[in-house]
Design a protein around this ligand. Sequence first.
Ligand code: IVH
Length: 688
Amino acid sequence: MTRDEARNRINTLTQELNDHNYLYYVLAEPVISDYEFDQLLKELEALEKEHPELRRPDSPTLRVGGEVTKEFATVKHRYPMLSLGNTYSAEELEEFDARVRKGLGGELFEYVCELKYDGVAIGLRYENGQLTQAVTRGDGEKGDEVTANVKTIRTLPLRLRETVQAGTDLFAEPQSNVPADFEIRGEVFMPRSVFDAINKEKAEAGEALLANPRNSAAGTLKMQDSAIVAQRRLDCFLYFVLGENLPFKTHFESLDAARNWGFKVPEYTRLVPDLEGVRKFIAYWDKARHDLDFDIDGIVIKVNSYEQQRALGFTAKSPRWAIAYKFKAERVATRLLSISYQVGRTGAITPVANLEPVQLAGTTVKRASLHNADIIAKLDVRVGDWVYVEKGGEIIPKIVGVDMNRRDASSSAHEYITHCPECHTALVREEGEANHYCPNADGCGPQVLGKIEHFVSRRAMNIDSLGSETVAQLIDAKLIASYADLYELHTRKADLLALERMAEKSVNNLLDGIEQSKQVPFERVLFALGIRHVGETTARKLASHFKSMEAMQAATLEQLVDVPEVGEILARSIREWLDDVHHSELLNRLKGYGLQFALSEEQLEGRSDKLAGLTFVISGVFSRSRDDIKQLIEHNGGKNTGSVSGKTSYLVAGDNMGPEKRTKAEKLNVRIIDENQLIRLIETGSPD
Ligand code: IVH
């Protein structure tokens, strides 16, 4: 292929793939199969690799990230990013409406009602239909340029879809209605489902959880490595078009146009004739907001006509033609009775507030998370205080402040514990980490128990004959002090039989279960060890990278960081765990008992017959390419097909799966599983 041919092909592929992306992500109406899409993307990737200089700035290959930004450039906004005035009550809303009516001198007008998305504001510049710059709000005057990160958001068009209008003059050139240079503003957010999935993985890895979707979106946008941003699956809603001589008369029209250009403009937006319409919109969403897959913290009300907006103008801080109605935060005041501390299986200490029971959003709240020492100090929370408790996005309510007027004058600042509440070892806090840790991993009760519970759990060694209570019983009876001791239990049968509720049959079951766990594949053994920050996914990545425990043990810190998706903190945590002599002894013992310390021949080839007789349909976006998923299914004896039918065993759903496939699967009673469940199915024979 000549260079010119390559350029033409790259241009065509870029255009076609962007069109398909839009059909898939924004409209959820794909017209080609995932397989065909992958083939086109691969062809483009190959051509771009050969001719990197021909890669277009709107190339869909940019969606996977890869660019690393050391420091974000500060950029001045062309139009300052103003905020909105807030109202919290029906009266304040009436006052706003009265001001607007007065300002417009009795003219007729309409309001546009929108949801107030709770994320991070972003300004996007499009020049000649192409996304050229993405800037955060910053202080409203200047913000950070985060273009590479924003390009990973799949619902944002890198190049706009130009809707061409024929016009009335038959001989005139058709006119595009996309302004040559304009800005569009919106809110970047993390869908609730994504937030929950990330936190589930973090909990399994014993890591600190993300606080809420809003902070997670903000933190993600400021990450330096756009490849990691791509995995965080952010989304973006658009709500404001700005520019010179825009071809619209109203805000509602501009939203419609933006939707046609390919932006995700939520369909929840409504045009209403008066305040009564606004009230109805608010009343509806005050309840319905809980069913959305994203957080909103209120409603935004905007005067529709641009001319009327201009007539009303701005105050120093915000437009006079718009206002935010904020939902009442679900917040109550109650007494803080005491602060207790929990020790997790990795030794992480979590302070917990014990509260005088209080009703909040329909449930009785007795406890609230206090997260860590810094938060306690920042809020200056003291035992005996009246504290405000809020139910935000998180499952566990949190303390957001203290009523200083009701503080007892004799109270004193809370002193964070210096020693473990369980084993009294001095706590440590590592640089850059928010939590204190108890370092006595092998002698601290809840850590020992937690580690063994984790080791035997279903997704780890899957010893289901050993429940939490039995583990505690075995520790109490001094039959085990670590998970390695489980493999000596067969020599202690008489002691086991002497335990309460332990008859011959349950002892045999227990010992059989332990014996069978020796066949559990290497990656799950790695997960079972309970190394801080090593969750299921990381364990899988480590196993497929190093292939054996020996190779991993020999890896330097740098070599660990080289593993895809392993960062500095994780690498250090692994290296420290391996360097501990107790752990090398533990590993030697486990190896001696015959646990899987390397990938099996079959795994090395990536082959098994675990999926024999099963038929799969895959749809959506996965952490690896769709081709890889298909290959995985085939290498394990399964069959891939394109559409859901009565013969389909599983529909494997990635992100943004087309709705038709889901509906059909539900109708035909075909089980829908995600990527992790597929892996589990291959490893354990069951997706659960
Ligand atoms: S319009 C000049 N519409 O709320 C008016 N803002 O306090 C520009 N926000 O910084 C804002 N949803 O981050 C507008 N539908 C919506 C919104 C919205 C969320 C955020 C935005 C803005 C803040 C204003």
